[in-house]
Structure formats: structure tokens, C-alpha cells
Design a protein around this ligand. Structure first.
Ligand SMILES: [Zn+2]
Ligand SMILES: [Zn+2]
Length: 65
């Protein structure tokens, strides 16, 4: 008999609460990526992602998709 083994998520992989760069709300459901120009960490919550809003880098003012 075959058994399907599901790997649980790594320990200590808990998402920390962060403030969304786009809407300024605290969120634990977000993605982060570096600004294309200065590398500043951009935080985007699920809400902003779903609406495909552009981000504006708080460090250098660059905006992008
Ligand atoms: Zn947001
Ligand atoms: Zn930037």
C-alpha cells in the first residue's frame, strides 16, 4: 500500500506581521520583494495583490507593478 506523505511547513516559518507598503495596513498575508531601483523591501498584502495595485517605494519613490 502506498502512503502519501505530506510535508508539514518548516518550523519557525511563521509570517511576521508587517505593514503593507501599498495600503499601510498591518497584514500577515503578504509578499515581499526588493525595489527594482534601490532594493528596499516592498511589502504587499493579499488585498493589494488581488487588486493588482502598483507599489510605490517609500525609499526612492519608484512605482511599478
Ligand atoms: Zn495592502
Ligand atoms: Zn526604491
Amino acid at each position: 500500500m502506498l502512503k502519501f506523505i505530506l510535508r508539514t511547513t518548516k518550523k519557525g516559518d511563521i509570517m511576521k506581521e508587517k505593514v503593507c507598503t501599498g495600503c499601510g495596513r498591518k497584514t500577515t498575508n503578504y509578499v515581499t520583494f526588493p525595489c527594482v531601483k534601490c532594493g528596499h523591501e516592498i511589502i504587499r498584502c493579499a488585498n493589494c495583490r488581488a487588486r493588482a495595485l502598483d507599489y510605490t517605494c517609500p525609499n526612492c519613490g519608484t512605482s511599478g507593478p
